[in-house]
Design a protein. Structure first.
Lengths: 75, 387
């Protein structure tokens, strides 16, 4: 089994966009976790979504129409 | 005898149990700052707010819930649509049935060089879309129109005016304070660019909630009238330009919005058509019953199919305030006398400056309540006739 230890972080403009994306991804059964934005990525006080890199394609497709801007960081 | 509440056009009461349950749940179990901190109570608060955005987007036919902005009420939303959009030299069109939340900002801007055309309406409160079209000129930037009058309940031909505005490429701003939740509304079908709503009337939310929808093409041309913290881009001292944060500086009314979201779900679960049918039945009974009382004059179109539940009437020779006081003190019936913050509408229907008595039943009003109100008004009118 390919257990990937790396994470992918989805960053959005606003908390509103983050939580809307959370709803969309949850509805599709994609495992996600809301976490505070890691300090080394941004000094912002907000939250971001932690996902698994293997879901990347599906996530990009699902969010394309939902939010204007999303940044993806692989950790 | 229990109170009969007939002032739903001012604010709806009672609220659905679902609204109060959501407020209590928020207070007991959530309570964090929506969209600010990263802890679970803050995230849960943010989820309540996004749920409410989604419910409102569904109700108004909006595909992207992030285009819903929360404000304290419809007045604040309309001020953003007016002060944030217009500049000296612009021409705008509005109607003779507007509430002061549109009229006062426009009159203030008139002093600063904005040209305002008020389209006269018929004494029944109706507007002719052809008159709107004729008033459009090269400098016209926006049309501000109420969806339903708060004085006569008259429903305006929003889709017709929307089509005219869209063709000319000018912003169409609709004041849905009286209609949202009570009358079907679809921003795409009706070609609405800016929809201002209030949470505490037919959307069944608490007071202190409201907001607006703004179309993609116009959001960038509207300036925020307040700036501040948004929980996003905190490293920057420049205010964000994306929705909803651009127009939501400061902590939103999380607990109120949780209640509003539940109120809108209550509407979606039943369907606006069901609510509309129930309220039309009550309005019909009220209009017909008032029409049969000697000495009572009913204003507006007197047709339940073309208005909301707001019904204005007068009894000749008695002041509206006196009637409302008797209704309250002797019959436990809550009404609203006077000009209802809409002097323009009263000029249009010929009741300025005395005003009218407005009765506005709601979803929770029964036919029995209407019957009791009609008997009370018949008794009051009878007393006058005997004098
Ligand atoms: C037609 C109309 N527009 C705007 C408003 C303003 O709503 P709010 O007082 O919630 O800002 C009201 C109600 O007061 C209204 O009836």
């Amino acid at each position: 089994m390919n257990v990937s230890k790396s994470y992918m972080i989805l960053l959005f403009d606003s908390t509103s966009a983050t939580l809307l994306a959370e709803k969309v991804l949850k509805k599709e059964g994609i495992p996600i976790k809301i976490i505070p934005v890691p300090r080394h990525i941004s000094s912002d006080c907000g939250v971001c979504i932690r996902v698994s890199p293997q879901d990347r394609e599906k996530i990009e497709e699902l969010l394309a129409d939902v939010v204007d801007r999303a940044e993806i960081c692989v950790l | 005898m229990s109170v009969i509440y007939m002032d739903n056009a001012a604010t709806s009461w009672p609220k659905p149990a679902e609204t109060m349950a959501a407020i209590n749940h928020y207070n007991d179990m959530i309570g964090g700052s929506p969209g600010r901190s990263g802890h679970r109570l803050s995230v849960d608060a943010g989820r309540c707010v996004i749920d409410a955005r989604e419910a409102l987007a569904e109700l108004f036919g909006i595909s992207n819930p992030l285009r819903i902005v929360f404000t304290g009420n419809a007045t604040e939303a309309l001020n953003i649509a007016i002060f944030g959009f217009l500049a000296a030299g612009d021409h705008v069109i509005t109607s003779g049935m507007e509430h002061n939340s549109v009229m006062r900002p426009l009159r203030a801007l008139e002093q600063q060089g904005v040209d305002v055309t008020v389209i006269p309406c018929s004494p029944r409160g109706e507007i002719d879309p052809g008159d709107v079209e004729k008033a459009i000129g090269a400098a016209t930037r926006a049309i501000y129109l109420t969806h339903a009058s708060n004085v006569t309940g008259t429903i305006m031909p929003i889709a017709d005016v929307g089509a005219i505005a869209r063709e000319k490429g000018i912003m169409f701003c609709v004041d849905a304070a009286q209609s949202a939740g009570a009358v079907p509304l679809d921003v795409e079908d009706m070609k609405i660019d800016f929809l201002a709503f209030t949470g505490h009337k037919s959307l069944f939310g608490p007071q202190g909630t409201g907001g607006f929808y703004v179309a993609d093409g116009f959001a960038k041309n509207i300036r925020p009238i307040m700036m501040g913290g948004t929980g996003s881009r905190s490293e920057s001292e420049e205010h964000p330009d994306f929705l909803p944060d651009k127009f939501e500086p400061g902590t939103v009314n999380g607990i109120g919005i949780a209640g509003l979201g539940a109120g809108v779900r209550f509407i979606l679960d039943r369907g606006v058509d069901h609510i509309r049918n129930h309220e039309m039945g009550l309005t019909d009974m009220l209009i017909l019953g008032l029409g049969e009382i000697p000495g009572v004059v009913v204003h507006g179109g007197r047709d339940a199919r073309r208005q909301t539940t707001a019904v204005s009437f007068s009894i000749e020779t008695v002041s509206p305030a006196a009637i409302a006081l008797i209704l309250d003190e002797e019959y436990q019936i809550m009404s609203r006398p006077g000009l209802q913050c809409a002097p323009a509408a009263h000029r249009t229907i010929g009741t300025f400056p005395v005003g009218t008595v407005r009765l506005s039943p709601g979803y929770f009003t029964s036919e029995d309540d209407i019957g009791r109100a009609l008997s009370a008004i018949a008794a009051i009118a009878g007393r006058i006739v005997r004098l």
